[in-house]
Write a protein that binds this ligand. Sequence first.
Ligand code: FMN
Length: 164
Amino acid sequence: MRISELANPRQVVLVSSEAEIVLLGRRMEKKDIITLAWHMPVSMEPPRYAISVGKTRFSLNLIKKSRCFAVNFMPAEKEKEVLLCGRTTGQSTDKFRESGLTEEECEKIHCPRIKEALGWLECEVVEEIDAGDHVVFIAKVVYMREKKEGKRLFHVSGDRFVRV
Ligand SMILES: Cc1cc2nc3c(=O)[nH]c(=O)nc-3n(C[C@H](O)[C@H](O)[C@H](O)COP(=O)(O)O)c2cc1C
């Protein structure tokens, strides 16, 4: 049995990031979006948020390098985009282009965020924990904004979500 079978349903978010990295010997600026179900607030004062990113994920390289990321809370109708960002890798796919999601620059950090989100957090990494096959980033929330209310997607398993 997997932990997620007991822990789900969990809300899914899209985490966006950007960094200059060396890929195939070439230095380049890369942006990425990863779908995450493993994320949570961990402190109110100071405001801190944690995300858990698998060691095989391309986003891991970007967040390790830039030390920042945006957590985008997506409306339920973006299920197709959430699955695309959770099933393709930014190493070979430009997920902003492929998903059709609109990129906007964050207010306080050098990082893209997603215009279609209901709200977002801008985060600066303060601690990185090797948790096993995932790395947990604990981050200071330097800006947050709710744009509108709406139903969210909670992941059950595979392609199954509930909308709350
Ligand atoms: C519903 C759903 C939830 C996911 N939750 C996580 C998660 O919490 N942590 C994680 O590392 N990967 C998670 N993934 C897998 C990544 O989103 C997936 O491996 C993605 O392709 C990685 O993209 P990247 O290589 O561009 O970073 C999830 C995927 C889906 C579809």
